[in-house]
Ligand binder design. Sequence first.
Ligand code: UTP
Length: 298
Amino acid sequence: MSHRSIKAVIPAAGLGTRFLPATKAMPKEMLPVVDKPAIQYVVEEAVAAGIDDVLVIIGRNKNALANHFDRVTELEHTLEQKGDTSKLERVMHSSSLADIHFVRQGDPKGLGHAVLRAKKHVGNETFAVLLGDDLIDARDPLLSRMIDVSQAQSATVVALMEVDSSQIHLYGCADVVPTGEPDVVRIKALVEKPSAAEAPSNLAIIGRYVLKPEIFEVLETTEPGKGGEIQLTDALQELAGDEQIAGPVLGVVFRGRRYDTGDRLDYLKSTIQLALDRDDLGPELAAWIKDELTPTLV
Ligand code: UTP
């Protein structure tokens, strides 16, 4: 994968209330998915797309996140002395992935507010936003496609996914028109968490965005919206309503595997699915599910 000069921003300052009490003293982005915290998958995805500069927006429980991407020389030394090279490599991997920076959000006033905290680090450049609790399977690259579409059309690009209409109230929803490319749509309007009756489509915004720097000016004047929070969707809606501001807002429709680790049930499903896919754990886990678990369910 070629190097990309764009930066990645990972907002991880939410309160994670759906996961309390696990998230009382730890950000939800640090919850382990098999044997890595969710956010490590997200950083690895940015690196796989060629990005080597990552800014994490952190909240009140900042230490766990910062420590995870830092070196722990004592642990490295102990593993080295034991000659346990495979564990040593795993420990060192997270601290050598990319150039990782941190900025505080202070009060968690919403995703839009978190993204605005990246303004100084990002400067006047297009950048990627990856939500730290939303995992995209490494076998289904999405971010590279979004960056290519953004560069080719000088556009803001949002990742969209078809969801069941009973689920649309959990997401931002896009009103779209087709373009010449089958996986790309033009976004006419966006609505944050609409009821099924109000929703203009079943295309939900998922946690990947390629944004142009004009978004910062828009966010500076975006009023609190749904839930009293400054919503990124509201700022994107303003861009979609006036192409003079920053060009078109496009959606890349993702049809691959996505794991939402911010929701308890989806988190459990994600952990099982990703463990089943692993050579070291999958076969034994599958046998246990089939032989011991499944018979107790029928
Ligand atoms: P969510 O709405 O899923 O996160 O935000 P939340 O508010 O932490 O979750 P619940 O509903 O209370 O369980 C989407 C993303 O935006 C980040 C979150 O960390 C998550 O990655 N976020 C949200 C911020 O960084 N700051 C905020 O003020 C709000």
